[in-house]
Design a protein around this ligand. Structure first.
Ligand code: DC
Length: 232
């Protein structure tokens, strides 16, 4: 089996993708690519500059291509994804519930998806990556070496999102976290372009009641099994 694998992890919010993708990348000494951070970065830029870019007129979704062309956005991937807009680090600011919702709604736009999908393919082309998101195994890398799809009960996913936000010092109450999450999952799954779905050939894992380390161990075992079979 080749060594520079492309590994994708997709699933709804709160399924544990980010934590597991991070742990998996660390164990394999691979690069962790958080594609959600890229959608969040575009959403943050759109909120802060889209409205005033150029002439000061409001940018409508029709102007998205021009907006993206003029956008100075840069990503750095390490243990945590970093996003820079006009060389300013906005990595913390992109994590608010407001940006979550805006990222989900802008992710329905074809120009935004094309813009970010191209970047994701460039970053991942030579492999050695764990890429996590909603369409990484179905659209970005349909030929990925290993594809996972993580899911969990709605109750548990809402609890995880809530804890994640609290740990980041972001205020939210559990019922609005749950409502936002349900809406976002519905929109992400029903959109016309690159909807959230189980990629063809993906290994599906229900993470309800399993901690991140337990899930990561399952994924590692699966990958080791593939390597073993390929070497046998
Ligand atoms: O994974 P996240 O919560 O950071 O993602 C934020 C939003 O970005 C998500 O609701 C939908 C969008 N997204 C997407 O459409 N495709 C991806 N590969 C990753 C995220």
């Amino acid at each position: 089996m080749k060594k520079h694998l492309i590994i994708t992890i997709d699933g709804p919010s709160g399924a544990g993708k980010s934590t597991v993708a991070k742990m998996l990348a660390k164990s394999l000494n691979y690069l962790y690519i958080d594609t959600g951070a890229m959608y969040r970065g575009v959403a943050y830029a759109y909120k802060t500059e889209g409205i005033t870019q150029g002439t000061g007129a409001t940018t409508s979704l029709n102007d998205m291509e021009t907006f993206l062309k003029n956008l100075s956005i840069r990503f750095e991937f390490g243990e945590e994804a970093k996003v820079f807009i006009n060389d300013v680090d906005v990595s913390y600011a992109i994590r608010t519930p407001e940006i979550s919702m805006l990222a989900s709604s802008l992710s329905q736009d074809r120009s935004v998806r094309t813009f970010l999908t191209e970047k994701q393919r460039e970053i991942g082309a030579s492999g050695h990556i764990v890429m996590e998101g909603r369409d990484t195994g179905s659209v970005v890398f349909p030929e990925a070496d290993v594809k996972f799809y993580l899911d969990a009960s709605e109750e548990e996913r809402a609890k995880r999102r809530y804890i994640e936000l609290s740990e980041k010092g972001i205020n939210a109450d559990i019922s609005s976290v749950k409502d936002d999450m349900s809406k976002r999952d519905r929109d992400d799954s029903r959109r016309d372009i690159a909807p959230l779905r189980i990629p063809h050939g993906a290994v599906v894992i229900d993470t309800t009641g399993i901690d991140a380390k337990g899930v990561t161990d399952k994924l590692l075992k699966y990958i080791e099994g593939l390597e073993h079979n390929a070497g046998a």
